[in-house]
Ligand binder design. Structure first.
Ligand SMILES: [Zn+2]
Ligand SMILES: [Zn+2]
Length: 242
């Protein structure tokens, strides 16, 4: 996994918006695709032109705004077919978006798959399952090969404890520090309390707003009050061997 973007809505010079690239046996899957993710893709050694499978946790702008830019570039490079997975509403959302860009709609072939919470499927060679999260719009967490879970934006979801059992890595948002807690997002003490009994080796915090990005050591300590395991804060272009 290459983490491409670790900011919330507000990027900084070190952090693009959300994006997580998975590679297995030469297949690439991009989970979320916020502003700046395409630029990050051009920085990694993997060939983004091979990337034809896209997954969205939810339909907020900071998780999808570079999507059409990548699709248009792939078309210009001679690779016009893409597959997109997302929560309910994704098909109508993409159809309406492409209506605004007929030159892309007419050249890019998009196969859209809407997923339900609790679904299991094979996706680009990965065994994937989904879990509903708590956010302003329908939002899914995705588990790949019982190894890594990537959550969308959410308050800490108690069902994650069972969902991540036996996994190596959980990538979870930690948008705000405790003193700036926002509903339907995550702050660190609450996350540690909810995950207290989660059997996952490594928790990676991401989706940091500036207040959180300015105090990463404090975030880790606050989470570990409840979840006393390996906790790190994600950085852009960090790679994790799974
Ligand atoms: Zn977000
Ligand atoms: Zn969101």
């Amino acid at each position: 996994m290459t983490i491409l973007g670790t900011a919330g809505v507000i990027p900084d010079p070190q952090r693009a918006q959300s994006g997580y690239l998975l590679e297995k046996d030469g297949r690439l899957v991009l989970v979320d695709c916020g502003s700046g993710v395409f630029g990050r893709l051009a920085q990694v050694s993997l060939d983004w032109r091979q990337l034809d499978t896209f997954v969205l946790t939810h339909l907020h702008l900071d998780h999808m705004s570079d999507l059409l830019s990548i699709w248009a570039a792939r078309w210009l490079m001679g690779a016009p077919a893409v597959t997109l997975y997302g929560p309910s509403g994704t098909r109508e959302f993409i159809t309406k978006l492409l209506e605004l860009f007929p030159y892309i709609r007419d050249h890019v072939g998009v196969s859209v798959h809407e997923l339900r919470a609790g679904q299991t499927l094979s996706l680009a060679g990965f065994a994937v399952s989904t879990l509903a999260m708590n956010h302003y719009v329908p939002t899914l967490a995705y588990k790949f090969d019982d190894t890594v879970v990537i959550c969308g934006d959410s308050e800490p979801e108690p069902a994650l404890v069972e969902f991540v059992r036996g996994c190596k890595v959980l990538v979870h948002e930690c948008s705000f520090p405790d003193d700036a807690r926002v509903p339907l997002h995550t702050s660190p003490t609450h996350l540690g309390e909810v995950l207290a009994h989660a059997e996952v080796e490594w928790l990676v915090l991401t989706h940091l707003y500036p207040q959180a990005a300015a105090q990463t050591e404090e975030l880790i300590k606050a989470v570990q009050k409840g979840f006393p395991k390996r906790v790190t804060v994600a950085t852009d272009l960090q790679t994790i061997e799974l």
